[in-house]
Design a protein around this ligand. Structure first.
Ligand code: NAD
Length: 470
C-alpha cells in the first residue's frame, strides 16, 4: 500500500513546508509512514483558494451539487477496500469495522446529497411576500479526531459542500492518510479549491480557529480543545459546531432480561475499542441483576480475539495511540487500587502494540476516576444501584451530556426514565446508534449544534430574509 499522500490545495498535490511527522501503526507501535506538515503560510494559501472557489461554487445549482456528491459516493465505493486498509493500518480497528466505516461514509454522502434546502414562506399577502432563504457561509474549517477519521470527515465535508460552502480540512495527525486519500477522490469530482486539506499537528488547528477568513469551524474532538476553539473563534464570530466528549450513562431497570441485552450493551460500550464519543461509558445496573449481567459481560469480553486489525478473525484491535493506552491503563489501575474488581479478559498479543483487552470492572462507585472521567477506551465500569431515581441523578451528575440509555422490558417505564436524562440522544434498549437522517449532538460540556438530517445541514448556512413589497 502506498503511503506517500500529499496535502491538496487548489486541486494540486502539495508537499509540506515544515518537517514531516511520523504516523504510527498502533498494532505494532512501529512507524507507518511520514506525513507532510503544512506551514501557517500554506494554511493561508488553502484558505485563500477556498475563498476564491467559493465565488463560483456557491452559485452551482442544487442539482449539480447533488450529482457531484453522488459521484463522490461512487468513488468512495470504488475505493472501499483501499480506504478500509488505510484506516486499519493507522487507526487500528479490525477490517470489518473499517469496512463498516467506509460503508457509513458512502451512506452519509448519499443521504446528504439528496437533502433539499427549503425556502420558507413567512408571509404571502397581496402587498407583501417574505421568504426565508438559506445561504452558504463561505470557507468552512474542519478539524478532525482520530477515532472514526473517514466517517467524521464525511460528516463535516458533505453538508458543507452540499450547502454551497468550500472547505479546508485538517485531520488528526494520528490518522491523516485516509482523509488525504478521501480529499484526492473528492478532487476528481469537484472544481479546484472547493475541497482542500492541510496536515500537521496542534498549531494548525489553533490557527484555523483564529483565522479571519474562515467563517465556520466544525470540530469533533475533546472538550478542552473545543473550549480553546471557541475562545479563538471569537474574533470574527465564527459559526461553530462542536461535537465534544461524552461520558454516557446507561441504566438497566429491574425486571430486564439480562441475556437479551448483554450483547447489545457490550457492543455499544466497546464499539471501536470504546473509542467512540457516544459509546456507553458508565453502566448502572439494578442490584437484582448486577451479578448476572456482570457475568454475561465478562464472558463476552473473554470471547474476543484481540490483535492486529489487519489479521483476519481479529475482533478487537489496539487502542489508537500511546497516550490513550497510558490513560486507560491508569484508569484501570486506579479503579483496582480503590477496591474495583478488574475481571480477567481475552489474551492480548505479545509485542509493542497498544493492546488492552475489553475490561469489565465491577464493585466500582461514582467518585472513582474510571466512572467520573471519559475513558475513551476498552473499559467499562459496572455500578450497582437500588433506587431508579438515584440512578438517574447519578447518570446526570456529569458535566457531559452527549448520549444516555435505558434498558428494560417495559418501554413506557424506560421512556419515562430516558426523558429525564440530560443528554442529546437518549436511546432505549440500544446505545451509540447514529443515523444520517436523525440529528445528533450534545448538551452541557459535550458541545452544541447538531449534525445529520436537515437540521445538521442548515448549520452550514446563514438565514437571509427577503422582504418583498409588491
Ligand atoms: P483532540 O481534541 O485531542 O483533537 C482533535 C483535533 O483537534 C485534532 O485534529 C487536533 O490536532 C486538533 N487540535 C488540538 N489542539 C487544538 C487547538 N488548540 N485548536 C484547534 N485544534 C486543535 O481529540 P481526539 O483525542 O482526537 O479525539 C477524542 C475526543 O473526541 C474524545 O473526547 C471524544 O469523545 C471526542 N469525540 C466526540 C465526538 C462527537 O460527535 N461528540 C465524536 C468523536 C470524538
Amino acid at each position: 500500500m502506498k503511503y506517500n499522500y500529499s496535502m491538496m490545495i487548489n486541486g494540486q498535490a502539495v508537499a509540506g513546508d515544515k518537517a514531516s511527522f511520523t504516523v504510527t501503526n498502533p498494532a505494532t507501535a512501529a512507524a507507518l509512514a511520514e506525513c507532510p506538515a503544512a506551514s501557517l503560510e500554506q494554511l493561508d494559501m488553502a484558505v485563500d483558494v477556498a475563498e476564491k472557489a467559493f465565488i463560483t461554487w456557491q452559485k452551482t445549482s442544487h442539482e449539480d451539487r447533488k450529482a457531484m456528491l453522488h459521484k463522490i459516493a461512487d468513488k468512495i465505493e470504488e475505493h472501499a477496500a483501499e480506504l478500509a486498509g488505510i484506516i486499519t493500518s493507522e487507526q487500528g480497528k479490525p477490517q470489518a469495522l473499517a469496512q463498516m466505516e467506509v460503508g457509513g461514509a458512502v451512506a452519509w454522502t448519499r443521504y446528504t446529497a439528496d437533502l433539499e434546502i427549503p425556502v420558507e414562506v413567512i408571509e404571502d399577502s397581496p402587498h407583501k411576500r417574505i421568504e426565508l432563504h438559506r445561504k452558504p457561509l463561505g470557507v468552512v474549517g474542519s478539524i478532525l479526531p482520530w477515532n472514526w477519521p473517514l466517517m467524521i470527515a464525511v460528516w463535516h465535508i458533505m453538508p458543507a459542500l452540499r450547502s454551497g460552502n468550500t472547505i479546508v480540512v485538517k485531520p488528526s495527525s494520528m490518522t491523516p492518510f485516509n482523509t488525504m486519500r478521501l480529499i484526492e477522490l473528492i478532487n476528481e469530482v469537484v472544481p479546484a479549491g472547493v475541497a482542500n486539506i492541510v496536515t500537521g499537528e496542534g498549531g494548525l488547528g489553533r490557527a484555523m480557529s483564529g483565522h479571519g477568513k474562515i467563517r465556520k469551524i466544525v470540530f469533533t474532538g475533546s472538550t478542552p480543545t473545543g473550549q480553546n476553539i471557541m475562545r479563538n473563534a471569537a474574533d470574527n464570530l465564527k459559526r461553530l459546531t462542536l461535537e465534544l466528549g461524552g461520558n454516557d450513562a446507561a441504566i438497566v431497570l429491574p425486571g430486564t432480561d439480562v441475556k437479551a441485552i448483554a450483547q447489545g450493551i457490550f457492543q455499544t460500550a466497546f464499539l471501536n475499542m470504546g473509542q467512540t464519543c457516544a459509546a456507553l461509558k458508565r453502566l448502572y445496573v439494578h442490584e437484582s441483576l448486577y451479578d448476572e449481567l456482570s457475568q454475561e459481560l465478562i464472558a463476552i469480553a473473554q470471547q474476543q480475539i484481540v490483535g492486529d486489525g489487519a489479521v483476519s478473525g481479529v475482533t478487537f484491535g489496539p487502542v489508537q495511540n500511546k497516550d490513550q493506552y497510558d490513560l486507560v491503563s491508569e484508569l484501570i489501575a486506579d479503579a483496582k487500587a480503590n477496591g474495583g474488581v478488574v475481571h480477567p479478559s481475552a489474551a492480548v498479543p505479545a509485542g509493542a502494540g497498544y493492546f488492552i483487552a475489553p475490561t469489565i470492572i465491577t464493585h466500582v462507585t461514582d467518585g472513582m476516576r474510571v466512572v467520573d472521567e471519559e475513558q475513551f477506551g476498552p473499559v467499562l465500569p459496572v455500578i450497582k444501584y437500588s433506587d431508579v431515581d438515584d440512578a438517574i441523578a447519578r447518570a446526570n451528575a456529569s458535566q457531559n451530556g452527549l448520549g444516555g440509555s435505558v434498558w428494560g422490558a417495559d418501554i413506557n417505564q424506560a421512556q419515562a426514565v430516558a426523558s429525564q436524562l440530560e443528554c442529546g440522544t437518549a436511546w432505549i434498549n440500544g446505545h451509540a446508534e447514529v443515523l444520517p437522517y436523525a440529528p445528533f449532538g450534545g448538551c452541557k460540556m459535550s458541545g452544541f449544534g447538531v449534525e445529520f438530517g436537515l437540521e445538521g445541514l442548515l448549520e452550514y448556512t446563514v438565514p437571509q430574509l427577503l422582504n418583498i413589497n409588491r
